[in-house]
Design a protein around this ligand. Sequence first.
Ligand SMILES: [Zn+2]
Length: 418
Amino acid sequence: MRTSRQRKWVGIIVTAVMLALLVAPTAVTAQEEPTLTNATSDDLLKVDILFVGAHPDDDSTATATMARYVFDRGAKAAVVTATKGEGGGNATGRELGPALGIVREAEERMAMRMLGIDLVYYLNELDWAFTTSATATELFWGYEEPLGNIVRLYRVLKPDVVVTMNPSPSGHGHHQYIAKLATEAFFLAGDPNAFPEQLEEEFIDPWQPKKLYYALAYGAAGLAPSVEIPTNEYSPSQFATYAELEAIALRRYRSQGFDAGYSVPPPARRLSPETFTLAASVLPIPEVESDLLAGLTSGVDLAPANVELEVLPAAFYVSQGGEVAVDVVFRNFGDTDLMDLSLSLGAPDGWTVSDASAPVDAPVGETVSATFTVGGAGGRRRDRLPDNRRALRRGGRRRRCAVRQQARAAPGHPAGLD
Ligand SMILES: [Zn+2]
């Protein structure tokens, strides 16, 4: 590599034109070897949004929303589908059963690719028939195995937001049951005691998704939407509305007749917002929601510059009505002494938190801390998911007992599933 001293010397004695000629080949040789980076599986797989459905075309309940987040918010999305839809109809050929499953898997992969989604996984459960019963679906699919498979995918893909279907007892039983499994997996994936063999034998870590939404496009069944995502807005990167992007993708589901149903431009009935309801969250819940990704960085955004705030619960779970100690550690990395600080901890309604700390000083470079006692809520969210709770009680009796009796210890988390 030529040194900069060489270049300066050349610059003194030759004209600007000559210098340009000399610098050009220098720039090429200066690149030398490519630099190695420490790539991890997170670089390949870490997703922001994970959709969990039962059949290959179930992602149509959130297609326009995923297009918005992937194309224009820089989000990475993935899709998990329980079956390959081999029990459905076929509008394009004579394939039935497993052969139809091959067709429908191809359609889903093509549709998702139109949205920039390359990560599509299948649980390989059987699309055995149309049923309105989640319990009957459990008889065919089982409980532990599909639940463990979803937990594994949460732990490997590390989604911040999980979107699944409506588990309420209406509509297709496969939809209800996959939503129930996706919900239970939400509460188990972060627990090292759940499916511990995945940690011990597959060397993966627990992962807690931050928010869980139910897509209501196939029927709300008593659940009120908590957030609506418009579809009739233009994508600034794709120069089309999200409804058009949705239609272009979903027309790939030709075996299901979607090429006839999703015309471009979309008819007025396809321009209504996609609706979701927040089913669970480990983040503070705003009064009004307008964004599935809201709150994921709020803690960072609100922190002053050059300070670090750590909140450390003594336990991951706390039983309803129980208490847990929470340490709050504050470090001042700035260049200004921060004096007379008071540390306090906020929690959602229904939780109790001990009083703010006495005034403390945090000069430059110092760390201060306080310990709070946090009391778990006693079923505050009973009014939020009445239908879901009924659905959850119908099947899957083993692990859920443990889940129901647990509430989150982490501040900012509402009471658990029950
Ligand atoms: Zn379906």
